[in-house]
Design a protein around this ligand. Structure first.
Ligand code: MG
Length: 251
């Protein structure tokens, strides 16, 4: 069931979104060669706590950290670890959120560790841009398929793969609500977008095949061919008219 939010609820989600975005920024600023993914998680967690908010990934379905931190061929759901040390040339996807006053934010971005290859940079840039292409379609009257189609077309035209097994979602009092928001689809198909819908759009894009595997840790999702993946996400609200409102902006 899709839950529409009132203006007041969207204001509360904006605050959760702001904290989520600032925590992602703090995590991104901790990214450098030699740092562990545990330290990056700690930076995010510290910021969220400092705002009187809760890291909403922590404990969700049993996840043991505040952030999912996925390196190189890892697509999503990487578990932060003191043993996982970033090195020059890696790319690292950080996905996290905060809950404040009963409402959730959720956002993700992929960061470069020092100097990275041109191909890795192109993957990151394409994934980020595809999120904004999708968001252009996140307007009242459109359908979920319009968002997915825009993301998919943008990435596939540039030779990248679009992960099918994991998708975006509604966000609100629960971190994961209806509807599902795939990064692929057919224009004009799927749930109609209505003012007051709040959704997370989150392209997970690969350098090669879109097929993925889950590691034996029960969490980490990796590309089947071992090539790189990137991930960007915003939580947004569908407005009465015009562009969606991005809730996960830092200020
Ligand atoms: Mg999400």
């Amino acid at each position: 069931m899709v839950v529409l939010k009132t203006r007041r609820e969207i204001e509360l989600m904006r605050e959760a979104g702001r904290i989520s975005a600032m925590a992602l920024k703090a995590a991104g600023e901790a990214v450098r060669p030699g740092v562990s993914t545990f330290e990056i998680d700690a930076a995010a967690r510290k910021y969220i706590k400092s705002q009187g908010a809760e890291p909403n990934f922590l404990g969700l379905y049993g996840f043991p950290a505040a952030a999912c931190i996925s390196v190189n061929n890892e697509v999503i759901h990487g578990i932060p670890s003191k043993k996982r040390i970033l090195k020059e040339g890696d790319i690292v996807s950080i996905d996290l959120g905060a809950r404040k006053n009963g409402y959730n934010g959720d956002n993700a971005a992929t960061f470069a560790v020092g100097k990275i290859s041109d191909e890795a940079q192109r993957l990151i840039d394409t994934t980020r841009e595809s999120l904004y292409e999708g968001l252009k379609q996140a307007v009242a009257g459109n359908r979920i398929g319009d968002i997915g189609h825009a993301v998919q077309a943008y990435c596939e035209e540039r030779g990248f793969g679009v992960v099918r097994e994991y998708v975006g979602h509604g966000v609100g009092k629960e971190l994961h609500e209806d509807p599902s928001v795939p990064n692929f689809g057919t224009p004009g198909r799927g749930v109609r977008l209505l003012p007051g819908m709040t959704i997370a759009v989150e392209p997970m894009i690969t350098q090669g095949t879109w097929a993925v595997n889950q590691l034996s840790d029960g969490w980490t999702v990796v590309t089947k061919d071992g090539k790189l993946a990137a991930h960007f996400e915003h939580t947004v609200a569908i407005t009465k008219d015009g562009e969606c409102m991005i809730l996960t902006l830092p200020e």
